[in-house]
Design a protein around this ligand. Structure first.
Ligand code: GRF
Length: 204
């Protein structure tokens, strides 16, 4: 499967996907990295991996949908099959969700449905949860909702602050996203309504 990755910054999840794409028998290839911001580290990571890049500045467009149409045109030119948001800091509209229905993935740094939205690590600490983590899901119109393709849990330790907890979750993200994308790209996760189920043999 041809994958396009949408980023806005550092791109450490992108790097994990690029590394996985280089492994033997990987069922996906990253064919385009698209950022809504110029000169971000993720673009340098893509270039270093020999992957095509594009910048589509959201500020250049009058509204969200026209930005999304430009992003879609760029993805279509690259003949992308699946779109992965990885640290992409733009909320997409129902138009984009419908255009890429069940072909648009996102990673969120919490165990959804807990802690949708921003600042998930400080909120997890404030809530006193003992387990935190990350979720890969199909994107739906409501932010951070949608069928969950996979999750990874990490312990919250007594001396954690938001920074140490975020770092632990990020390491889990870098394992989870490639695992989920491999399963999904290989058709080994099935959708039953709004519930995703991995084939029994599909152990991450
Ligand atoms: C990650 O924590 C991800 O869960 C969230 O934003 C961060 C992106 O980091 N969406 P990076 O750009 O992949 O390094």
């Amino acid at each position: 499967k041809r994958v396009g990755v949408l980023i806005s910054g550092r791109g450490s999840n992108l790097q994990a996907l690029l590394d996985a794409a280089g492994e033997p028998d990987c069922p996906f290839e990253i064919v385009l990295v698209l950022s809504n911001k110029p000169d971000v580290q993720g673009l340098a990571r893509a270039a270093a991996a020999g992957v095509a890049t594009a910048v589509v500045p959201h500020r250049d467009f009058a509204d969200r949908e026209s930005f999304e149409r430009a992003v879609t045109e760029t993805l279509e030119t690259a003949q992308v099959d699946l779109v992965c948001q990885a640290g992409f800091m733009r909320v997409v509209t129902g138009w984009f969700v419908a255009r890429w229905h069940n072909r648009l993935l996102n990673i969120h740094p919490s165990l959804l449905p807990a802690f949708p939205g921003l600042d998930t690590h400080s909120r997890a600490l404030a809530a006193g949860v003992k387990l935190h983590g990350c979720s890969v899901h199909l994107v739906r119109e409501t932010v951070d909702e949608g069928p969950i393709l996979g999750q990874a849990a990490v312990p919250v330790l007594p001396d954690d602050d938001a920074e140490s907890l975020a770092a632990r979750v990020l390491q889990a993200e870098h394992r989870l996203y490639p695992t989920c994308l491999k399963l999904y790209a290989a058709g080994r996760i099935r959708l039953q309504g709004e519930t995703a189920r991995a084939d029994s043999a599909a152990e991450p």
